[in-house]
Design a protein around this ligand. Structure first.
Ligand SMILES: Cc1cc2nc3c(=O)[nH]c(=O)nc-3n(C[C@H](O)[C@H](O)[C@H](O)COP(=O)(O)OP(=O)(O)OC[C@H]3O[C@@H](n4cnc5c(N)ncnc54)[C@H](O)[C@@H]3O)c2cc1C
Ligand code: FES
Length: 280
């Protein structure tokens, strides 16, 4: 029997770097020819571990996946060692990738139901593949409603895709920002993302909610939706914790009995209630 080393990473190439906002870039990365990963099923919401030799390793979500070709996007905010090195080295650089890991968004459970997406800032990155999958399999899902908030209009990711998202049959996109800098035209909401609840049409029955953003944002999203009658089992959150191994060995990402890397990063709220060290 041949055992595969779970830490084994593959040398991949950064094909393209696209600026989304002043500090967020989308990296299009391709696996090498003949890679096993080309045949691995990918689920929206899963993550990979990306490392740069001599610098470090960090987890990032897929923001798109080109089925069968081994090419994917990951959309990353530049915050520290790995992310700064990625941004500075740009196109053509080599990175080491292992994964995909973790439990993604509940795309099977959502079939036949309305899908409500609530995203804050960089939290839209792991939700973009959900929008693409619903658009591709339009008849398998009910209505699609996307609520998206960011600090300013300049901090909204994928802004050049908003028109096509609005063009998905039976889909709505509602936007809001915390503030609008002088000189920028803005005819959407101003306020936190939960202020959009007044205008949304998704009802609690027969719907699945997927939310990602700062934990404090998700706390108020959950609170607001529970008050409207949504059920804890229908609210899915993607959690972020510092990770080392990504495969439930080191304990870095543990919250009580749950390993965010293995049991998440996506959890139904019904599994998170009462766990320690959580804001939600
Ligand atoms: C499942 C998952 C998916 C993710 N997906 C994405 C994604 O799609 N896009 C994205 O931009 N980010 C994503 N992240 C977050 C990303 O992994 C982190 O931002 C990562 O730390 C960046 O690595 P770095 O080396 O650049 O930053 P680091 O050098 O590790 O620093 C990052 C920040 O953390 C602080 N920090 C450093 N060490 C510690 C420590 N020990 N304890 C607490 N704080 C510390 C630093 O001061 C800095 O502010 C994801 C995280 C998880 C868990
Ligand atoms: S990152 Fe090591 S246990 Fe989750």
């Amino acid at each position: 029997m041949r055992l595969e080393n779970p830490y084994l990473a593959e040398e991949c190439a950064v094909k393209r770097v696209k600026r989304q906002t002043p500090d967020v870039y989308t990296y299009t990365i391709s696996y090498p020819r003949g890679s096993n990963r080309l045949r691995m099923p990918f689920r929206p919401g899963q993550f990979i571990m990306v490392s740069i030799p001599g610098i470090g390793e960090a987890p990032f979500s897929f923001s798109a996946w080109d089925d069968g070709k081994g090419i994917f996007d990951t959309t990353i905010r530049t915050v520290g060692n790995v992310t700064s090195a990625l941004m500075k080295r740009g196109e053509g650089q080599r990175v080491w990738v292992r994964g995909p890991y973790g439990r993604g968004w509940p795309m099977e459970e959502a079939k036949g139901k309305d899908v409500l997406i609530v995203a804050g800032g960089i939290g839209m990155a792991p939700l973009r593949p959900v929008i693409e999958l619903v658009a591709k399999n339009r008849r398998s899902y009910g209505g699609l409603e996307i609520l998206y908030g960011a600090r300013t209009p300049n901090d909204l990711l994928f802004a050049d895709e908003f028109e096509s998202w609005k063009g998905i049959p039976d889909a709505d996109l509602l936007l809001t920002v915390d503030s609008v800098p002088k000189g920028i035209e803005w005819d959407h909401g101003v306020g936190v993302v939960t202020t959009l609840f007044d205008r949304m049409r998704t009802e609690p029955n027969d719907s699945i909610v997927m939310t990602c953003g700062p934990e404090i944002m998700m706390k108020f999203v959950v609170k607001g939706l529970l008050a409207m009658g949504f059920q804890p089992k229908d609210l899915y959150l993607s959690l972020e914790r510092r990770m080392k191994c990504g495969i439930a060995q080191c304990g870095h990402c543990q919250i009580g009995p749950k390993f965010v890397c293995r049991d998440g990063p996506v959890f139904p709220y019904s599994e998170l209630r009462g766990l320690p060290d959580l804001l939600v």
